[in-house]
Design a protein around this ligand. Structure first.
Ligand code: NFS
Ligand code: SF4
Length: 662
């Protein structure tokens, strides 16, 4: 068996039978060599005198631009792309809410009135004595205005700590409106405008903040209002969730508007009967990428995989329809689908793919559109080949940790707060917090760095939150089961047992990284851990980033005061000056910054060092892995030192927590 660039045994199985017949991203990553100049950010093509490549003896472009200007400009344009993607998703949610409030959106309703009222509060909208739809319409229209308003600034900035807001104003990065900051960033990075690396990067931070505290946070909030704020639930993950005897529909992309309706349509008795009439035992939904996270968090729909599994799901031969909307969708899906009976269905007016069938989705007739798509999939079931190759690999998981639930689980409705978490950190039971987020990248072994880093962090008593494809990755190896706490350090395990949570919390899709901003802010305002995000013993890690969106997230987290580590070589590595601005420069001004290191061990070391440094600065009890070694379950373990863990029967450790050696 050739060496596979994945830690996932199910992916390996599919890749083995694709070998030599069906080409995937895993093959193209070998044949397509990355460009060493562009990869380090020092190729400029913003005007037709270029492309100008700053290498060797060439130190300036034709216009005289330096490596620093070019690298900063390239990074900034990526942030613009990422911020635009998240924010356009947020705008779509706001437009849906307008239609729902006006009673013009078939099939939708407002599921979380409590959240609607709290969002109304943030946006300064009166709620007393008003009908739900009236409040919703005001919320939706105010939210829509956040994208294009011509005065003021992003309303949600006031959800940050007072110190943070002061810093943003002092450093002139407080975003005014989402579209405006992205447009200004594109303007400033076009030929011959802003040519000071630090100044260009400031606008990148501003546009990124418009994403994090604007577009993304609104996307999350409005999704919760429309589809419900997540609470913990169980599901399975990996390609084994596809079913041999049912119509398999894979939902791939990002926006929950359509997928929510497909979830509803898939249990419509009329369609279930129709599926039976075609010889299928049911309709099975599974997700890929962030749509997977959206329908997992709210309905317990099982994810079939993360970004690098998209072609592999089709290659099982068991997928009747792969339904896609926007973002992270590989064009090659059309080719893979053409080798099977699978219908690739594009649904967004924003995205078409040659070779795919386009069934345009419209929120005004959402349920009809969804039924139409499900019916198309059912009609395709009889065309499935005689044999399918679904790997019999799946794993259980618990997801659904919204920040509201995290607050609730620490004291219930009556006394919910972040106090227990802050106390546990102060006492050193929990050494610190880490958010492990982001994509798969065909240049690194799928999931390998993510699972290595998470395992090491929880062994070191670091509580981990996960989102996006990193969350799906973690889930595949059993990290999202409560039983995984058996792998955690004694202190962290004690806390997880007391609250009843796994040591790795699935917080949602990538727009839900905005929930992490809220969690960090709550920890800061709760007291005992300083009064702003930079004081917290916390880090963000994006081990396998691929998308521009990940850079936007990294930038808004840095500007929000977080230390953010990325795997992979630096996209600004061609300019030491820019590397320095993004780490030391931003750290001094914002208390957060971005550092890139392709080696997982280095990422783990830097993360733990940062956490310990912050503990020292806060004068917290020095972290000692042995301090809680004589309490809780460790006591039992010590008493029965010679008895193996499984024999103790404390955890259902009847199977290995990690399937592949990584
Ligand atoms: Ni996030 Fe989600 Fe995955 Fe990366 Fe793409 S799906 S928005 S960008 S690849 S984590
Ligand atoms: Fe070259 Fe300057 Fe044009 Fe960039 S803007 S392509 S560096 S001439």
């Amino acid at each position: 068996m050739p060496e596979r660039m994945t830690a996932d045994s199910a992916a390996c199985e599919v890749l083995d039978y694709c070998e030599g017949t069906i080409e995937t991203a895993f093959d193209r990553a070998v044949s397509v060599k990355p460009c060493a100049i562009g990869g380090r950010g020092i190729c400029c093509r913003v005007c037709a005198m270029g492309p100008c490549r700053i290498t060797g003896t060439t130190t300036r472009g034709v216009c005289g631009a330096t490596a620093a200007t070019i690298a900063a400009r390239n990074f900034a344009r990526s942030v613009a792309g990422g911020a635009a993607a998240h924010s356009d998703h947020g705008r779509g949610m706001a437009q849906t809410l307008v239609a729902v409030a006006k009673g013009e959106a078939q099939g939708y309703r407002i599921r979380d009135e409590v959240k609607l009222r709290s969002v109304a509060g943030y946006l300064g909208i009166k709620t007393d004595g008003r009908s739900v739809n009236d409040i919703a319409l005001d919320v939706a229209e105010t939210a829509l205005a956040e994208f294009g308003k011509s005065s003021g600034e992003i309303a949600y900035l006031t959800r940050a700590t007072p110190i943070r807001q002061e810093i943003w104003h002092k450093e002139k990065v407080a975003p005014r409106s989402v579209d405006r900051e992205i447009v200004e960033l594109m303007h400033r990075t076009s030929m011959g405008v802003d040519q000071d690396a630090e100044h260009i990067l400031d606008q990148a931070l501003c546009a990124a903040l418009a994403d994090g505290w604007g577009g993304s946070m609104l996307a999350t909030d409005i999704s919760d209002i429309l589809f419900g704020t997540p609470t913990p639930l169980q599901a399975q993950v990996n390609l084994g969730v596809l079913k041999d005897d049912e119509v398999n529909i894979v939902l791939h992309g990002h926006e929950p508007t359509l997928s929510e309706m497909i979830v509803a349509a898939s249990s419509d008795p009329e369609l279930l009967d129709y599926a039976k009439s075609k010889g299928a035992n049911g309709i099975n939904l599974a997700g890929i990428c962030c749509t997977a996270n959206e329908v997992l968090m709210r309905h317990g729909i099982s994810p079939a995989g993360n970004f690098l599994s998209q072609e592999l799901a089709v290659a099982t031969g068991a997928v009747e329809a792969m339904v896609v909307d926007v973002q992270c969708i590989m064009q090659a899906l059309a080719d893979v689908a053409s080798r099977f009976h699978t219908k690739l269905i594009t649904t967004s007016p924003k995205a078409k793919i040659e070779g795919a069938e386009h069934i345009e989705f419209d929120e005004h007739h959402a349920y009809d559109s969804a039924k139409n798509i499900v019916r198309t999939a059912i009609d395709n079931y009889p065309n499935r080949g005689a044999t399918t190759k679904i790997p019999q690999t799946d794993e259980a998981l618990v997801a659904g940790f919204s920040h509201e639930y995290i607050r609730y689980m620490q004291g219930g409705l009556y006394r919910g707060s972040f106090r227990p978490l802050n106390d546990a950190i102060a006492q050193g039971r929990i050494r610190g917090l880490a958010a492990v987020v982001g994509c798969n990248n065909a240049r690194v072994a799928q999931d390998a760095p993510t699972v290595k880093i998470i395992r090491e962090l929880i062994r070191n008593d670091v509580l981990v939150a996960v989102t996006g494809c990193a969350a799906t990755g973690a889930a595949k190896y059993g990290f999202l089961r409560p039983e995984f706490m058996a792998e955690a350090g004694a202190g962290l395990r004690e806390v997880c047992e007391a609250i009843g949570i796994p040591p790795v919390l699935h917080v949602g899709s990538c727009v839900d990284n905005s929930r992490i901003l809220t969690i960090l802010t709550e920890c800061s305002t709760e007291g005992g851990l300083g009064d702003d995000v930079p004081a917290l013993p916390a880090v963000g890690i994006c081990p396998e980033y691929m998308s521009e969106k990940a850079l936007a997230i990294g930038a808004y987290c840095a500007a929000s005061g977080a230390y953010v580590l990325f795997g992979l070589p630096s996209p600004v590595g061609g300019s030491a000056e820019v590397v320095n601005i993004m780490l030391d420069g931003w750290m001094k001004r914002f208390g957060g910054g971005i550092e890139l290191a392709p080696d997982s061990d280095e990422l783990i070391m830097k993360a733990l060092e940062h956490i310990d440094e912050k503990r020292r600065e806060l004068n917290l009890t020095e972290y000692d892995p042995k301090r809680y070694g004589t309490s809780g379950d460790r006591t039992l373990e010590e008493l029965f030192e010679d008895v193996d863990e499984a024999a103790l029967g404390l955890y259902s450790v009847n199977h290995e927590p990690v399937k592949s050696e990584v």
